[in-house]
Design a protein around this ligand. Structure first.
Ligand SMILES: [Zn+2]
Length: 410
């Protein structure tokens, strides 16, 4: 089986999966939906044809298993997710599942077994479109699922428990908290994913090795000044919350520039009372801060809070700083990163190791085993968008790197 044939097949399969959607004119494939059922059926058939035994777990994850050359061997996990955001592209998620499947298919075609079993995982939910709850699939697989989420309802009022049952799963809270594997049974988890950023394209590289997945803080900031008449309150007597917020937004940008690798974003601003002839009395902002090193991220948050205090004092505006969410960074396992790097260099490509600013199933899997990720260049760094695009040549390289990784790992 030539690598060209494998690459073509991955591209064709991503096209086929891209047609399974809840909406006629765009790709929207939420958790436990009819389109997800179609996707699982198609992938299950491909897995079987590649010599794997296939099952769907209690939450709808699809698992294809390719046995090892010997009994009692450990299991290597490969995969990604099959769900999508609304009006999605074809590759975010499915590409990782299809590249993993292609590698097993190539082993099967050569009648080759490895000293470890391979399980290709197609997770049922990573994007959280239907229940705004991330990683349902990988959390159930790793036994880290919080059963409270079963009570969440979707836009039509259907609870997650009902959706799981209707999909043929089992919403038993205890079963959902039981990991499929024991830590000792696993070798590692490796995920191939589109980069979702512009770095590989800018460096003219087909693939890159992920060093770490960035830690993240989500902060809610509120400045409280005093609303007043836009015509009668003199400038010197104002306590304008929006002017304070404007300084704050630029401070976020400046601090991000001052710390290499830090990204920080103010994405939401809400102004009260929000009238053209009223001085803004209250402004609420969202801040998203990410870095692959937790210490740097924490330093950035401290600097930002300090700067906020200065702005507040100077402008006689009070502020409220609330950290809504904090995720630690997740480092990829150095020995796995080394093997992916070796595979890339053996193929004659320069090595680029880069952090992932976006979260992935690998974060959840890291609770259970060592993880690694391979990024594939995507055009313009665009993702979560129908314009998402990869080339067949890059996909072929990703297949070869993952295949070489499997052989190096043994
Ligand atoms: Zn993804």
């Amino acid at each position: 089986m030539t690598v060209n044939a494998s690459g073509r097949s991955v591209m064709e399969r991503c096209d086929i999966l891209g047609g399974y959607s809840e909406e006629p004119d765009c790709l929207t494939r939420p958790f436990a939906s009819q389109s997800m059922r179609q996707a699982n059926e198609a992938v299950a058939a491909w897995m079987q044809a590649a010599g794997m035994t296939v099952q769907q777990d209690k939450v709808g994850n699809l698992i294809g298993r390719y046995e090892a050359s010997q009994a009692g061997a450990k299991t290597l996990l490969l995969g990604s997710h099959l769900d999508s955001v609304r009006d999605a592209g074809k590759y975010d998620g499915p590409l990782g599942v299809m590249v993993a499947l292609a590698c097993v298919e190539r082993l099967h075609a050569r009648r080759e077994r490895l000293p470890f079993a391979i399980e290709v995982l197609a997770f049922a939910d990573e994007e959280g479109l239907r229940y705004h709850s991330d990683y349902i699939g990988s959390k159930v697989a790793t036994g880290t699922f919080d059963p409270e989420a079963l009570h969440l309802t979707d836009a039509e009022g259907i609870s997650m428990a009902e959706a799981i049952r209707a999909f043929g799963g089992d919403p038993d809270p205890e079963a959902l908290q039981t990991a499929r594997w024991h830590r000792d049974e696993l070798l590692a988890y490796c995920e191939v994913h589109i980069e979702q950023g512009p770095v590989l394209e800018a460096r003219n590289l087909p693939v890159g090795v992920v060093s770490a997945i960035a830690g993240q803080n989500r902060i809610s900031m509120r400045f409280v000044g005093e609303a007043g008449h836009a015509g009668t309150v003199p400038m010197s007597l104002r306590r304008d919350a929006l002017c304070a917020a404007a300084e704050f937004v630029l401070a976020v940008e400046a601090i991000a520039h001052s710390l290499p690798g830090l990204v920080a974003t103010v994405g939401q601003v809400s102004v009260q009372p929000g009238a053209s002839n009223v001085i803004p009395g209250q402004v609420t902002l969202s801040v998203d801060v990410r870095h692959q090193d937790d210490a740097v991220r924490e330093q950035a948050c401290r600097q930002l809070e300090e700067r906020t205090r200065e702005i507040g004092v100077a402008r006689h505006v009070s502020f409220n700083w609330q950290i809504l969410q904090g995720h630690r960074a997740m480092s990829c396992a150095p020995h796995l990163v080394g093997l992916l790097a070796q595979a890339i260099e053996e193929m004659g490509y320069p090595l680029l190791s880069l952090p992932s600013g976006a979260g992935h199933d690998a974060v959840t899997l890291s609770e259970l085993t060592d993880v690694a990720m391979l990024f594939v260049r995507c055009r313009g760094g665009v993702s979560h968008n129908p314009a998402e695009s990869v080339t067949m040549e890059d996909v072929e390289i990703a297949i070869q790197v993952l295949e070489r990784f499997l052989l190096l790992l043994r």
